[in-house]
Design a protein around this ligand. Structure first.
Ligand code: ADP
Ligand code: MG
Length: 399
């Protein structure tokens, strides 16, 4: 789960990371009022969306009057911000963060990630942070500093000093850098984060080290341990299809194609998507109904897939180990009777109670296209979607 910049700043500041003064606003008037409360002469108005690259996309604006704050906000509220990280649809702006503008001497990049090859937390830093960090890492990969944290002993101060020296941080600020790194590491481990990023971490004109931007991502599976973090979820920033699925206990990943997939198990979902591609189609989603799927759960999955307007065929591919093919078949029949499904439905069942499952499908009288192997199922789905299969009769809602 991602959180907003202003939330990440609050979390990190509780762990000793220094951040500029700022305030949240839900309207242009409130933003101007907040700026007056903060005092000073220059402010930065920042769109709060779950994505980086806001600066280059017009989501971060320097203002030096009430009028400018109003104008900056008018350009943001209710609009979608499209950055290189949001995809073409962009993300809606419903909150802005107003911050005192800080005089920047130097911008540093700092990130903490889970490094899968070493199975450790890795600190990644660069002396040339800011909005061009992607270019720097591509053009001057050697300028990136990396350090791995040994979990048994945790992050040691000497490692932090080493990073500070490599970045060329002046001696007077090294202690502050140690505090910042330790704070990020503690926040990362204690809150079960999977990513902490400060870009830029700046040296200010008056020689302070401040986090001007902050991003944090948390491990969804550990959120139950951190209700105060789980509360920060902002559904307006998530793919609505995925948010609806998560609320129903289904794992769903929305994709760009038009063949909806209802599958059990992530491995089978991957194989199904690969096979659809091999057969010349494009999956519209990845929906894992999990083990022990009841007919109700299958029906829920159908509702969810049908709510995606791109879906032009649905492939149900179940390998029943813990699951039971007869339950899944009942779920499919129930779904087709309850949900308006006006696209071809292809079902491939294998495993426990497969004969009973096939019987239920056959006796239902519904024009369900059946397949016995994965390849056949994928080919029939693609064929039905292209409407060039003789069996590709459209299923109409039966109530
Ligand atoms: P993003 O990474 O989404 O583009 P940032 O928060 O990093 O957004 O802001 C973009 C740039 O705007 C920063 O690299 C920094 O140069 C500038 N900036 C951000 N916040 C402030 C601030 N409070 N004072 C001065 N400059 C800022
Ligand atoms: Mg940034």
């Amino acid at each position: 789960m991602d959180i907003h910049e202003y939330q990440a700043k609050e979390v990190l500041s509780n762990f000793g990371v220094a951040v500029p003064e700022g305030a949240l606003a839900y309207s242009p008037e409130q933003a101007a009022y907040r700026a007056r409360e903060l005092g000073g002469e220059k402010w930065i108005v920042k769109a709060q969306v779950h994505a980086g690259g806001r600066g280059k996309a017009g989501g971060v604006k320097l203002c030096d009057s009430d009028v400018e704050i109003h104008e900056a906000c008018e350009d943001m509220f209710g609009k979608k911000l499209v950055t290189h990280q949001t995809g073409a649809d962009g993300k809606g702006i419903y909150r802005v963060y107003v911050e005192a503008a800080v005089p920047i001497e130097r911008e540093i990049y700092l990130g903490l990630v889970l490094d899968r090859s070493s199975q450790r937390v890795m600190i990644v830093a660069s002396g040339e942070g800011g909005m061009e960090i992607e270019d720097i890492s591509a053009e001057k990969p050697d300028s990136i500093v990396r350090a791995i944290v040994e979990p048994a002993v945790g992050l040691r101060d000497f490692q932090c000093r080493q990073i500070a020296f490599k970045l060329g941080i002046e001696p007077g600020l090294v202690q502050q850098m140690v505090r910042t790194l330790q704070g990020c590491y503690r926040a990362f481990t204690e809150l079960d984060a999977t990513m902490v990023e400060i870009n830029p971490l700046v040296v200010t004109g008056d020689n302070r080290l401040l986090a001007l931007d902050a991003k944090m991502t948390f491990d969804d599976n550990a959120l139950f341990r951190h209700p105060q973090i789980a509360e920060l979820r902002d559904k307006s920033q998530e793919d609505p299809r995925e948010a609806r699925a998560a609320d129903r206990g289904l794992s769903y990943v929305g994709l760009e194609g038009n063949i909806g997939c209802i599958v059990n198990g992530a491995g089978l979902a991957m194989a199904t998507m690969d096979t659809i591609k091999l057969a010349g189609g494009e999956p519209a989603n990845f929906l894992d109904i999990g083990g022990g799927a009841t007919p109700e759960r299958v029906a829920k999955a159908f509702r969810l897939v049908m709510s995606d307007k791109n879906v032009q065929a649905i492939l149900v591919n179940i390998f029943a180990g813990i699951n039971r093919c007869d339950w899944v078949a009942e779920g499919v029949v129930q779904a087709l009777r309850e949900v308006e499904v006006d696209v071809p439905v292809i079902v491939r069942l294998a495993g426990t109670n497969v004969e009973e499952g096939q019987k239920i499908l056959a006796q239902s009288g519904l024009p369900i296209i059946r397949a016995s192997t994965l390849m056949e199922a994928a080919e029939r789905s693609v064929g039905a979607w292209r409407n060039d299969l003789s069996q590709g009769v459209k299923v109409r809602a039966v109530s």
